[in-house]
Design a protein. Structure first.
Length: 250
């Protein structure tokens, strides 16, 4: 092998990119692994956190960069969050190891969710042991819920830690750190609600009964509440409010 190529954005899909955000650590980390596959992940993370960070959506202007090189507590909190990020994300935007998201976005219909899970990115073709893991029944729903709860609990813990460590960080760095982790909590929360609603409806359609209908209705209502909370959050500047949503939609 002479070289490697890494995707840095979702192209025209959502224009999401690893540049100008903490996700830049994924690109620099990939470059580090390409040069030395034995390098420690912790070393890659700390090396990236020692470099200037661009303010999100700044266009990479030098004057919009900030440094946390002298912020020992913040660097430790961020390093821990980045190290756990791959434990958080598969439990958020995947369902039982299988693709649930559409290009990192919440599926907008039940049909889209089913396509991602079974038709477009079905895991069974690659891993026969995954057969039946997504069966629309009580057992699947019972395993799904703790997975999503664990992801939310972990991201909330890291958000609390990072925000607490920003007390002495000047602007624009402090606001960016608070907003980044606030949005991450909302992101994990809305995927949790969406997955629960989708699988509750899948179970109801496979086994229509009063109990499954009631639960499906309750999960859809929770998803609607979560959507409204997220919409309200996105309408307000994050520095005008507490980083944690006032509405607990769990």
């Amino acid at each position: 092998m002479e070289g490697v190529i890494a995707r840095t954005d979702w192209e025209v899909i959502s224009d999401g990119s690893v540049f100008d955000t903490l996700n830049f650590a994924n690109l620099t980390g990939f470059a580090g692994l390409a040069q030395n596959p034995a390098v420690e992940t912790a070393d890659l993370i700390m090396a990236q956190l020692g470099a200037p960070i661009w303010t999100a959506l700044s266009g990479g202007l030098d004057e919009d960069r900030f440094s946390i090189a002298d912020q020992t507590d913040l660097r430790a909190a961020l390093a821990a969050a980045l190290a756990d990020s791959w434990e958080i994300m598969p439990k958020s935007i995947f369902v039982l190891r299988q693709v649930f998201h559409e290009d990192c976005m919440v599926p907008d219909t039940l049909r889209k969710a089913n396509m991602m899970l079974e038709e477009i990115h079905g895991l069974v073709e690659w891993d026969p042991s995954a057969m039946g893991a997504l069966a629309p029944n009580e057992a699947t729903f019972a395993v799904l819920c703790p997975e999503k709860d664990a992801a939310l609990a972990l991201v909330e813990r890291h958000a609390d830690s990072v925000v607490s460590a920003t007390a002495s960080l000047s602007e624009p760095g402090r606001s960016q750190m608070i907003e980044t982790f606030d949005l991450w909590v909302h992101y994990v929360r809305i995927f949790r609600l969406c997955a629960r609603a989708c699988f509750a409806v899948r179970t109801m359609l496979a086994s229509p009964a009063d109990a499954t209908r009631v639960r499906a209705g309750a999960e859809i209502a929770s998803l609607d509440t979560g959507r409204a909370a997220l919409a309200a959050r996105l309408e307000h500047h994050p520095t005008k409010r507490n980083y944690r949503s006032d509405e607990d939609v769990r």
